[in-house]
Design a protein around this ligand. Structure first.
Ligand SMILES: *Cc1c(COP(=O)(O)O)cnc(C)c1O
Length: 460
């Protein structure tokens, strides 16, 4: 669809809500909330101008952090439902969008292989993980929670918040959980829950979930899977062995997915799902304001948060109607493109005399660095290219830097001299399908700036 066609649906959405509103007696807007046209025109102009102070996340030459605008369909869903502004806390406050949310959870539950999923959307991955860890604490109050040193930083923070003791598991040089180190801790520490990450935030690395499930059967602990970034790749798990770890989610206890990362949604849309609906008992509460008037499940009864955006659920529901979680239709082809972008980009970097691949990508996050003799020289060169590329008029390219521990770096690249504690390398999240076609342009720009910064450095 063209942008004009999307805009026409936006007007249709506004009209549909107005038609719905027309079922009730007319009233006029209070004067206290009226604003003057001319005055607003000026304010809005300032506002739209200020919004230009952003990097172009929408563009394929933005190959940095995990950022992109939502799909127009999600925007349509969000804006239209937001005119009603349902609150998915209770059915009474969001009958239509609560149903949509439950259907989305059903779809995700099926994707992950959960027979009777219980879950809901959240403001984001952090709150979703908080909730899974909170349930873990309710079920095993005396036991510790373990996660690797590559797990998202908020796991430690949330455990601190809840007074849960944690165990940090070492990672192997490829960024995945070291299961032999985990086993040492399983024997020595009182571990009740292990957090596995499928798609670490820094490297997009996949913890060995199949083997972890085998350990779970042996030692008896809960597994929480944090797949906030990479969870949508489950769609490809049955047809592409690169993603076979995702099939093991079916044997885990809880999972977190962020539709606002790979799922084409605006912020904030995270999601937590439990395989055992019995965990609902952890949430018993007595809100004095409760307006739970039906006997059906209100999402607020199984959520740590109270008010939640019904518009976020509407946006996700509408998106999943257009882009189902299927291999050959909807999300499958999108993820095949982003994956292809990462593989092609990685292959070219490997063959380049100027750059080198830090690690082969397991998802669509590519980590690489400019070739140089020492870790400090690599960092200096990476920072120079980073700034030069971003400031360029003719060859703009937006990258992101990632700090890697120098010893971990050396384990993968032993020929490079270590003369700093950390190395700054590049990390490109190729999460837009348009990245696949842009790989040659990204590479050309990288080489252009690499050559330029060498000559600049030489002139000093
Ligand atoms: C992004 C991310 C989080 C945090 O999610 P937010 O939506 O940013 O709160 C947690 N875990 C992983 C693996 C992530 O990639």
């Amino acid at each position: 669809m063209s942008i004009t066609e999307y805009e026409s649906f936006l007007l249709d959405g506004i009209k549909a809500v107005q038609d719905w509103q027309a079922h009730w007696p007319a009233f006029s807007e209070d004067e206290t909330t009226q604003i003057d046209f001319q005055q607003f025109k000026a304010i809005f102009k300032t506002f739209t101008k200020r919004l230009q102070e952003n990097y172009p996340y929408f563009h394929p030459l933005y190959a940095g952090q995990m950022l992109k605008p939502p799909h127009p369909v999600a925007v349509l869903g969000y804006l239209t439902a937001m005119l009603i502004n349902p609150n998915n806390h209770a059915l009474d406050s969001s009958e239509a969008t609560s149903k949509m949310e439950k259907e989305c959870i059903e779809a995700f539950g099926k994707l992950f292989g959960f027979q009777t999923p219980l879950g809901h959307l959240t403001g984001g991955g952090t709150t979703a993980n908080l909730e899974a860890l909170w349930v873990a604490k309710q079920l095993h109050p005396q036991q510790k929670i373990a996660f690797s040193d590559q797990a998202h930083y908020t796991h430690q923070r949330m455990c601190d918040l809840m007074g849960i003791e944690t165990v940090k598991i070492a990672s192997t040089p490829d960024g995945t959980m070291d299961l032999s180190n985990l086993e040492v801790h399983l024997q020595a520490d009182n571990i009740g829950t292990v957090v596995a990450t499928l798609g670490t935030t820094a490297l997009g690395a996949l913890d060995p979930l199949n083997d972890l499930v085998a350990l779970k059967n042996q030692y008896g602990f809960r597994i929480h899977v944090d797949t906030a970034y990479g969870g949508f790749y489950s769609v490809l798990a049955k047809t592409d062995t690169a993603f076979s770890q995702y099939q093991a989610i079916a044997h885990c206890d809880s999972v977190v997915l962020d539709p606002h990362k790979q799922g084409l949604q605006p912020y904030g849309c995270g999601c937590v799902i439990f395989s055992d609906p019995g965990v609902g008992k952890c949430y018993k509460h007595d809100s004095p304001y409760t307006y739970f008037t039906s006997s059906e499940l209100h999402l607020g009864e199984i959520s740590l948060e109270c008010s939640r955006s019904g518009a976020a659920a509407a946006a996700l529901w509408l998106t999943l109607q257009c882009f189902p979680l299927e291999v050959n239709h909807g999300f499958g082809p999108i993820l095949q493109k982003t994956r292809q972008a990462a593989l092609t980009f990685a292959q070219h970097l490997q063959e380049s005399p100027t750059f080198a691949l830090f690690l082969p990508p397991q998802l669509d996050i590519v980590t690489y660095f400019p070739q140089a003799a020492s870790t400090q020289a690599i960092s200096d060169e990476a920072e120079r290219i980073f700034k030069s590329a971003m400031a360029s008029q003719n060859h703009p390219l937006y990258l992101a830097l990632l700090k890697v521990n120098a010893e971990k770096f050396k384990a993968l690249h032993p020929q490079i001299e270590v003369n700093s504690a950390e190395v700054n390398i590049f990390r490109s999240c190729l999460l837009k399908p348009e990245h696949a076609a842009a790989v040659p342009q990204i590479l050309a720009s990288l080489h252009h700036h690499a050559a330029q910064s060498v000559s600049l450095a030489g002139s000093h």
